[in-house]
Design a protein around this ligand. Structure first.
Ligand code: 5RP
Length: 235
């Protein structure tokens, strides 16, 4: 991905806030600035998106229609006065903004730390512009496990055996759509090959590898500001 240099301001840590949180906030504020009046906006899930929602609300745009990727995001967005509809009501999205667990130099993402990766990928696919917001440590030279999975309960043991090494996540409830959250734990030498292998397994509802073709922009909060990388789906 090509870097276009700085695009947003450094956000000094608030009292008690760690530097990564300040970087997430800076990236979120830069992403909120891309939203225009009347847009249909996809909202991701996680702690970075938790910074995005108040930044969007602070824009004071009253004609936005938002689609949330999780009940947590939906509740938080509504509490801030944002209008939330379903994806089927809204149809195509003008922009979607979401966090990620890792971003590699080719633009592959790992997502799903919060277990919302299936809804998040559907929203990313529905968006004309898909913007990823991360703190600096999420930008990695090479992706490493785990890769989050959402699995069908039926035949779970045989699905996990076929994907070995893989394990059910003990501390994460099923998704709102009933899928079980697990992780693929093997090495990631070829993200495209692994994504194809995971997608081909019938018991896999979805996985957290997002291909570079989905990504429009990656906004990385760094020590001295926000760096923008232009992705394959640039608008
Ligand atoms: C949730 C996700 C999150 O975007 C990802 O895990 C990053 O989370 P955070 O913003 O809390 O660091 O994919 O399913």
């Amino acid at each position: 991905m090509a870097s276009t240099g700085a695009t947003g301001r450094r956000q000094p840590p608030l009292s008690g806030e760690d530097p990564a949180a300040a970087q997430k906030r800076a990236a979120a504020i830069a992403a909120a600035a891309l939203i225009e009046e009347g847009m249909r906006v996809g909202l991701g899930t996680g702690s970075t998106v938790a910074h995005l929602l108040p930044a969007i609300a602070a824009r004071g745009l009253h004609g936005l229609r938002c689609v949330a990727t999780s009940p947590a995001t939906e509740h938080a967005a509504r509490a801030l006065g944002l209008t939330v509809s379903t994806l089927d009501e809204v149809g195509e999205l003008d922009i979607a903004i979401d966090g990620a667990d890792q971003v590699d130099p080719a633009g592959w993402l790992i997502k799903g730390g919060g277990g919302a990766h299936v809804r998040e990928k559907i929203v990313a696919e529905a968006a004309r512009r898909y913007v990823v917001i991360v703190s600096a440590e999420k930008s990695v030279a090479k992706l490493s496990p785990p890769v989050p999975l959402e699995l069908l309960a039926f035949g779970l043991r045989s699905t996990l055996a076929a994907l070995a090494p893989a394990a059910l996540r003990a501390d994460t409830p099923p998704s709102p759509d009933g899928g079980l959250i697990a992780d693929y734990l093997g090495a990631i030498e070829d993200p495209g090959g692994l994504a194809a292998r995971l997608s081909a397994r019938p018991g896999v509802i979805g996985h957290g590898l997002f291909e570079p073709e989905l990504i429009s922009d990656v906004l990385i909060g760094e020590e001295d500001g926000v760096r923008r990388l232009v992705g394959a789906k640039a608008v």
